[in-house]
Write a protein that binds this ligand. Structure first.
Ligand code: NAD
Length: 485
């Protein structure tokens, strides 16, 4: 199969099971191919009226037959949806790669196959929801009903658009909710694969509605009076704004936000294992990965050895067409993102961090930045504190484990992280001391069966795992008077 990432031109939104043209005509978005800058398509951006129509359709479906389905019934349609997504996986992955530059070897699992896997995890959990939860209480016989929380606003970024959508849609459908998905404008095109798959799978109209739009559409959706829950992944700045609105409205919200995670390399670390996994744990998706370990803290006794080896490995990464299987580093998502990343590189140079490789722009069209390493970084500097979201690593030495933990935790964020040590007990003890939502020992693998999310400015709540289902329920306790004794 050729991975061309063919673009289907769309002039409508997917609302109520139909393709509906924009309610009010407004300028669309030109989506440019990240690797070439060529225009892939012009696609409409939702207005408030389009968002209103999507929420109406979602409410209608919730109050109709979908709201009365059993978990087993929902599980069946979710499995069909998973199969439809899987059948489209290679082309979906390639389309995302064209939009945002993710190397195809990453896009295939993350955008192609992960959504189907996540749907199947939650389809299985949906089946268990038909078991009544009866308890004998102190004062009553209690039936705890797990009712769907209602209409879900799912707002996603561009970096892993398909799996991040699945992390919201799958638990929402399992719980019996309906969804309005507002994808990022940069990756509007691939979002409609969900519509094609939903139609083919026979998902009832209105259960999933898709309205790509700019921030104004997202903000309108978050505050919409008929939305019951918001599930957001994106930047910490947008997450704070959304959290404030939801706080005022007392609207449940989950926020998956930014990160600046640390890799701690102990003096007994296996250098080869660290280097082999480096492109994955610290630079995945050209550095546009929220949980990437972008601050590498190395025991002073191994510092020079690691700085030299990291530099050599990063300098040898293959930059190229992200659709080619051998490419390890592709372009960033947009010209604006490239400017932002280059600004951080300039800041690093200006403030005295030692640039050991990269720092420039390869002579190619598209939004490429050379993979870059700064050594001797001060953890108080901007490049160590702020999320760069590009292929830029900071390496810092530490003197003892207490200092490593102190530096790792001296961050606004707490999302991912890794420990590199051949002593697993020691690594587990270190992992327990890091304030973060997830951490890998000698690798990092986000697993659909494990809760994922952040502490501090990295977010609120968890997605994935059985825990990721809980935010989609409204619990209702029904008390029955016990028989008179
Ligand atoms: P962004 O915050 O600019 O946008 C994300 C989405 O939110 C887009 O759909 C955007 O249109 C919408 N949006 C922006 N402001 C909004 C507002 N005020 N109200 C409603 N919607 C709004 O983020 P981005 O640049 O698209 O993505 C990159 C960011 O996402 C990074 O900070 C990254 O760390 C984060 N991210 C986090 C995770 C995680 O699971 N923690 C995963 C992936 C990406």
């Amino acid at each position: 199969m050729s991975l061309s990432g063919e673009v289907t031109l769309r002039s409508s939104f997917f609302v109520g099971g139909d393709w509906r043209p924009p309610v009010v005509p407004r300028p669309g978005r030109l989506i440019q191919e990240a690797a070439t800058g060529k225009v892939l398509a012009e696609t409409p951006m939702a207005s408030e009226a389009d968002v209103d129509a999507a929420v109406r359709a979602a409410r209608h479906a919730l109050e109709g037959a979908w709201g009365k389905t059993t978990g087993a019934e929902r599980s069946q349609v979710m499995r069909r949806l998973a199969d439809e997504l899987k059948a489209r996986a290679p082309q979906t992955a390639a389309l995302v790669t064209r939009e945002n530059g993710t190397p195809i070897t990453t896009s295939l699992p993350a955008n192609g196959y992960a959504p189907g896997v996540i749907l199947k995890v939650y389809a299985k959990l949906a089946e268990s929801l038909d078991q009544p939860d009866e308890r004998q209480g102190r004062l009553a016989t209690i039936n705890v009903r797990r009712e769907p929380v209602g209409v879900v606003a799912a707002i996603t970024p561009w970096n892993y658009p398909q799996s991040l959508a699945a992390m919201k849609i799958a638990p929402a459908l399992a719980a019996g909710c309906t969804v309005v998905l507002k994808p990022s404008p940069e990756t509007a095109l691939d979002s409609y694969v969900w519509a094609d798959a939903a139609e083919a799978a026979g998902l009832p109209p209105g259960v999933l509605n898709i309205v790509p739009g700019e921030r104004d559409a997202g903000a309108h959706l978050v505050a919409h009076p008929d939305v019951d829950k918001v599930a957001f992944t994106g930047s910490t700045a947008a997450g704070r704004a959304i959290g404030e609105v939801c706080g005022r409205l007392l609207r449940p919200v989950t926020l998956e936000l930014g990160g600046k995670s640390a890799a701690i390399v102990t003096e007994d670390a296996d250098l080869d294992a660290f280097l082999k996994a480096l492109p994955e744990h610290s630079l995945a998706n050209n550095g546009q990965t929220c949980h990437a370990s972008t601050r590498i803290l190395v025991a002073r006794s191994r510092y020079t050895e690691f700085v030299d080896a990291i530099t050599e490995t990063v300098a040898s990464l293959r930059i190229g067409d992200p659709l080619e299987l051998g490419t390890q580093v592709g372009p960033l998502v947009s010209a604006a993102q490239r400017e932002r990343v280059l600004g951080y590189i300039e800041d690093g140079r200006r403030t005295g961090a030692r640039l050991t490789t990269g720092g420039g722009v390869p002579p190619r069209p598209g939004w490429f930045v050379e993979p870059t390493v700064f050594a001797d970084v001060d953890n108080a500097g901007r490049i160590a504190r702020e999320e760069i979201f590009g292929p830029v690593l900071c390496v810092l030495p530490y003197d003892d484990e207490d200092q490593a933990v102190q530096i790792a935790n001296d961050s606004e964020y707490g999302l991912g992280g890794t420990i590199w040590s051949t002593d697993e007990d020691r690594a587990r003890q270190l992992a327990a001391r890091i304030r973060t939502g997830s951490i890998g020992i000698n690798h990092y693998a986000l697993d659909p069966l494990a809760p994922f999310g952040g502490v501090k400015a990295s977010g609120l709540g968890r997605e994935l795992g059985p825990e990721g289902l809980q935010p989609y329920f409204a619990l209702k306790s029904v008390y029955t008077k016990p028989e008179a004794r």
